[in-house]
Design a protein around this ligand. Structure first.
Ligand SMILES: [Zn+2]
Length: 455
């Protein structure tokens, strides 16, 4: 790292620590404990603060001259200098005071950093100020990923969007897409208005997904849908379906890496998740996907999926933002790092992570996330290319931790088409022809991705 690149990198790292780490910390119980400790320290040791300026290093005759340059000696100090008894009595407190002063100063500095960072991030998250390089997250996104708002230091925007020229049809022959229409059944997703809803996210996502299927099929792609009506389908059911489809594709292509016995073992485990159709740990619906990190069964499936060319996973959602300040398209993908960061947090905050039937495993590294990141940027550029009003005031492309992307090995993304909570976005969503434009954007993104893979 040369001098030129060191300073920007340093300031970026510093900003990340101040803004995002403090925002993370503010959301933990450790933060609460920290404040209790801070107040106790202040109350308990505040009498000693008075003695801090009186502190002598034991050489009483130097006392005044040493302090002269730093503080004007007060009457106590002068008295101490001439009264050995008084200073001896204070010795006990005095020997503690430099450490206490250091501790209290550190705590005070930390409090100030947390206050600045937390406030800055909060304002950014609400869309009131813009902190370039930090993600603003919608409430729906935070809720769905079951974690606190966190920063997104890992995103590298691909400048400028697609530069290649797409052939007119944007042909997708040979491409397979597993399409996931978010929510459904008892899970409506986000709603609007918040109190007495007229609109449910699950209805929009299904209609958009149907339109996307139409577009992709017309370009020659093969499309599978994880849900086709408004029945409840659990997240782990969706992913189990995805693994089974991938096993079928691998088998058809002659690249299934399992023995017949192993294949039927895995199929049976996946079918269980589909049959149970629940997302809780207690239900057993997570099946071979339960726990932090990646278990052996899942690892085998994921490694098979990393090798499957031209097979993609896309989840369609709408966004929502309580303060209604955010609008436009956002695309999410996962990386090992974004998942690990979230899981570390959940170990502290999510009680499901402390259940005896929830295995805590080593952190997993191995996902080829660059592919999903590239696809995500194409998706954003192409959707906004079709509907310029969907250019977002939040962060366009983000890494995060979503089960539907985390628990399989396909290149994929979660498309938050736009904000149901934003008046303008909603008006556009309700217009005839919007779904077709979104679908064309998604189709074009896949075609661009295919082109860059070939090129
Ligand atoms: Zn959603």
């Amino acid at each position: 790292m040369n001098r030129k690149s060191f300073y920007p990198a340093f300031s970026k790292a510093l900003r990340r620590v101040i803004v995002s780490e403090s925002a993370d910390f503010v959301n933990t119980s450790a933060f609460f404990a920290y404040h209790v400790a801070f107040v106790i320290c202040l109350l308990h040791f505040s009498p000693i603060l008075k003695t801090i300026n009186e502190r002598s290093d034991g050489f009483h005759h130097n006392h005044m001259s040493e302090n002269y340059y730093y503080t004007m000696p007060d009457t106590n100090q002068i008295n101490n200098t001439y009264n050995n008894d008084a200073s001896d009595n204070a010795d006990n407190k005095k020997t503690k005071s430099p450490y206490l002063r250091l501790l209290l100063t550190c705590m005070l500095i930390l409090t100030i950093i947390l206050a600045i960072g937390g406030t800055a991030y909060f304002l950014h998250d609400q869309g009131i100020v813009d902190l370039p390089g930090f993600s603003a997250k919608s409430s729906e996104a935070s809720r769905r990923s079951n974690k606190k708002t966190s920063s997104n230091g890992g995103v590298k925007a691909l400048a400028g969007g697609p530069e290649m020229t797409l052939p007119e049809t944007g042909d997708l022959t040979g491409t397979v897409v597993i399409l996931d229409a978010g929510h459904g059944g008892r899970d409506t997703g986000c709603v609007f208005p918040f109190n007495n809803p007229d609109y449910n996210e699950c209805d929009f996502t299904l209609r958009i997904a149907e339109q996307v299927k139409k577009d992709l099929t017309s370009r020659g792609a093969t499309v599978y849908m994880t849900r086709t009506d408004n029945d409840w389908v659990s997240l782990y059911n969706r992913i189990a379906q995805t693994h089974l489809i991938c096993m079928d594709i691998a088998k058809e292509r002659g690249v299934l890496p399992f023995s017949e016995e192993r294949e039927s073992e895995l199929r049976a485990l996946l079918q269980q998740s589909i049959d149970i159709n629940e997302d809780t740990v207690a239900s057993g619906g997570m099946g071979l996907m339960v726990g932090s990190g990646v278990g052996e069964d899942l690892k085998e499936l994921m490694e098979m999926e990393y090798e499957l060319e031209n097979v993609f996973f896309l989840s369609i959602h709408l966004n929502s933002n309580e303060s209604r300040t955010l609008h436009g398209t956002q695309i999410y993908y996962v990386t090992d790092e974004s998942i690990i960061k979230s899981e570390r947090n959940q170990m502290r905050t999510n009680s499901e992570f402390r259940r005896s039937d929830f295995p805590i495993r080593d952190e997993y590294y191995g996902r080829p996330s660059e592919r999903s990141e590239i696809l995500s940027q194409y998706l954003y550029d192409c959707i906004v290319g079709e509907i310029p009003e969907f250019e977002t005031n939040a962060h366009p492309v983000l890494d995060d931790n979503y089960a539907v992307l985390r628990e399989h090995g396909l290149t994929g993304a979660l498309v938050e088409v736009s904000f149901l909570s934003d008046d303008n976005d909603r008006e556009i969503l309700l217009q005839d022809g919007t779904n077709a434009k979104v679908a064309k954007g998604i189709g074009d993104a896949l075609a661009y991705y295919k082109l860059q893979e070939e090129g």
